[in-house]
Design a protein around this ligand. Sequence first.
Ligand SMILES: Nc1nc2c(c(=O)[nH]1)N[C@H]1C(S)=C(S)[C@@H](COP(=O)(O)OP(=O)(O)OC[C@H]3O[C@@H](n4cnc5c(N)ncnc54)[C@H](O)[C@@H]3O)O[C@H]1N2
Ligand code: MOO
Length: 409
Amino acid sequence: MALTNTRALLTVEEYLAEVLALIEPFGAADVDELPLREAAGRTLAAPVVARGDVPAFANSAMDGFAVRSADLAPPTVLRIDAEVLAGSSADPAFGPGACVRIMTGAPLPTAADAVVPVEQTTLLPQGVRIDAPVAAGQHVRAAGEDVRQGAMVLDAGVRLGARTLSAAAGAGHATVRVVRRPRVGVIATGDELVPPGGDLGRGQIFESNATFLAAALTRDGGEATVLPAVRDTDAALAGALDGLAATCDLVVVSGGVSVGDADVTRIVLERAGARFRHVRLQPGKPQGWARWGGRGLPVIALPGNPLSAAVSYETFVAPVLDRFHRRPTPAWTPAVAAAAWSSPAGRRQLVPVLLDVDASGRQLVRPAHRHGSASHMITSLAAADALAAVAEDVTAVAVGDLVAIRRLP
Ligand SMILES: Nc1nc2c(c(=O)[nH]1)N[C@H]1C(S)=C(S)[C@@H](COP(=O)(O)OP(=O)(O)OC[C@H]3O[C@@H](n4cnc5c(N)ncnc54)[C@H](O)[C@@H]3O)O[C@H]1N2
Ligand code: MOO
């Protein structure tokens, strides 16, 4: 077969629009109801609303004494009529000249309207002396002051983690309704690939893209099925795709997308009507997508170079996972270059960078590896905190220039 070098040149946004159009967001049937402890990393399919007021009842913010503020003009000595601990359902009545000993989190007696911390009192044989002025409502946590019954605590599309799951628990829920995980097949292609842990012969390389893709897909709420790396033959790749077609929502292939004679991914998928593109992105220029088989299984093909595959995943596949889950893709934020580096003309460069903060709180970035965004580097991303984007028309980043960054999860 002759080398081909004509393919459409697209911007990052144009190509992203093409791959996003490959899938439909999941609907009402694609929902799992999970116990909170199994839901970390998943995306909410429906809003979580408070089952009741939070806090459910007015309670004390301090260990001390529940009082009626109107009765008090320090120094005042009050009789201690009762004690209420956290968890108590008691509501002791008390009148003028009396108070109730109370602990943090205990329900405020109906007769009280303020709490005096124990540090602002002195215990005497006949009761407790209030040593500081008392304002109505002080140290009282009002019912519903965090959130009212029926109010939304978490919106659909939220990615669940420690903060959000504890809010769901606090709002009275044992389970949450989450979007099911898209089933994603992973196929690495290449005759030169050796499973990690094996021994390399001349010309061979350890397979690492499938490990990246499986972990990133899991991180992003996918359920990865990783096939053993396939050899560079039409039959091997076609057979692998056929094997995944019945069960997967998406397949991600790495390698063989460029313009070489042996780029089997391109050759096999083109027969299935694939679109192979050059994207104004570095690393990650050659890209392709297709629909495979009778069910039209979406396939996204990434370049094989490890940094290219990883950057391509973050740029094109992670947003597809976000679309399945109906959740927003994280935004880019500004940062200031703390080092100078070069960038290719006409391509948006995505550089693995280290983050730092200067004395005035500005976010600083510098490349994580001396080879910057060179596509064969497997350690640069491992060391990085974020990706920095350098605009297509910029060829040199100078110290002090603004770049856009997105933190790596
Ligand atoms: N004549 C041209 N050659 C190339 C072009 C071009 O425009 N014209 N583009 C270059 C760019 S940019 C990239 S990126 C690569 C993409 O190539 P492929 O997607 O076809 O990838 P391979 O050739 O299969 O592999 C590239 C490189 O990555 C290693 N690799 C592949 N798979 C894995 C894996 N699973 N784990 C670890 N490493 C992997 C492979 O051994 C190669 O070294 O094309 C350029 N060429
Ligand atoms: O575009 Mo390639 O992905 O630079 O190595």
